[in-house]
Ligand binder design. Sequence first.
Ligand code: HEM
Length: 303
Amino acid sequence: MGEPQSILDPLTPAAMFLVVTIDEGGEAVARDLLADLPGLRRSVGFRVPGSGLTCITSIGSAAWDRLFAGPKPAQLHEFPGFAGEKHQAPATPGDLLFHLKAETQDACFELAMKLAERLAGAGTIVDQTVGFRYFEQRDLLGFVDGTENPEGQLAVTAALVGDEDPEFAGGSYVIVQKYLHDLDSWKALSTTEQEKVIGRTKLDDYELDEAEQPANSHVAVNDQAVSGNIVRANMPFGSVQDGEFGTYYIAYADDPAVTETMLTRMFLGSADAAYDRILDFSTAVTGTSFFTPPVAFFDALPD
Ligand code: HEM
């Protein structure tokens, strides 16, 4: 298996997510940037000692066809979107995803500026989201987010492509969605009611007993024993000026079908629940799928 990008590294206090579309005719510039990325990351990261700057770079299905003539990851396709009776998950454009992580935001921002400079005239940044650690890895709903992520070897098998697609072993499929929270409605609930929406206790983050955990709670709907495991790296984001409070959802999996199964259960429902109750308080405003190649893929691109 090829060395993966830093998908399995722990969450950092600072992150930035850039979704980029490649303009018509911008393919050569985008390809050059992808080839130079490891060096650009080193230049910025080395100048900010202790920043631990990483940049996980991923490529969308249509962009893959435009940029590369060779083989394509077997399961790479566009985000299908999910339309339930009450809640929808839209599919939105995106050719490249840069998932920047660091101990401090300055390192993320400096690399983001360099990426934007290199893409000028060849690509459009369609979304920039600045993520931050909020207290004890909590989301802006106040719940600890990320606890049941797989660890160790389970994380490796959950996130990384293996022998089923040898050419791309060590790669991963990533899905991102921006969710906006209706904090007024959320805060109108009691803590006990909020815990029934999530399926875990709020203060100390224990899973509710089966008897107390509603079938439409977020944790029950996303039971990884049913859908399979994914590696999430969600981050809160927001703006008090715009009254925008959200969760940037990002999950890596060895097969996009795992996350898509979860989204089907969340939005379209299952035999057990009509939909995920978290959606009454959180609205998906973007949705895009990408493939995250292993490190060697970028090294092999011609300079
Ligand atoms: C669990 C928050 C969207 C999949 C959780 C937990 C929280 C949370 C607080 C419990 C702690 C944990 O294990 O991490 C959120 C928020 C979201 C969101 C605020 C956006 C509004 C999603 C989406 C998916 C998903 C879109 C899948 C497509 C999962 C999974 C678990 C989980 C697999 C672990 C379930 C378990 O095994 O116990 N999420 N989540 N989440 N979430 Fe989400």
